[in-house]
Design a protein around this ligand. Structure first.
Ligand SMILES: [Zn+2]
Length: 138
């Protein structure tokens, strides 16, 4: 058995932390959705990409957006098609709200989270600070 002084233990604990660039974390920016209206439809071209960026399932984000916009839609080869005309700002306001409530950790404000399900409850689990908070009902 090996023994370590307090300082050595601290140093070992510190070294065991995953290496992450502070700079990269601070530079995390919420993605914006790029949309285009054609006829009576609105096409969100970077939908799948944006979902990957915030690490959320496409169908979850889609469900939220459709509900918030009060419309129907479908995914067609990485593009989210909305039935109806929606200004880009309206879509992004909803999307940013989603990020605020379902992606950002309410404790430390970092986006390194994932959703865990326990029975019928959902929680936002933060990988940065370890906090676990219920997903808000909005
Ligand atoms: Zn956190």
């Amino acid at each position: 058995m090996e023994f370590y002084s307090y300082e050595e233990l601290l140093e070992r604990a510190y070294k065991a932390l995953p290496e992450r660039s502070e700079e990269a974390e601070e530079r995390w920016e919420a993605p914006s959705l790029v949309s285009m209206i054609t006829g009576n439809r609105t096409f969100i071209k970077n939908f799948v990409e944006a979902c990957k960026h915030i690490r959320r399932e496409e169908k979850e984000v889609m469900k939220y957006l459709l509900k918030e916009l009060g419309t129907q839609g479908y995914l067609e080869s990485n593009v989210l098609v909305l039935l109806g005309k929606f200004p880009n700002k309206t879509i992004n306001d909803k999307f940013q709200r989603y990020i605020k409530y379902f992606v950002m950790c309410p404790i430390c404000g970092k986006p390194d989270t994932h959703i865990i399900k326990e029975g019928r409850l959902k929680f936002i689990k933060c990988e940065a600070c370890g906090a676990r908070n219920p997903v808000p009902q909005i």
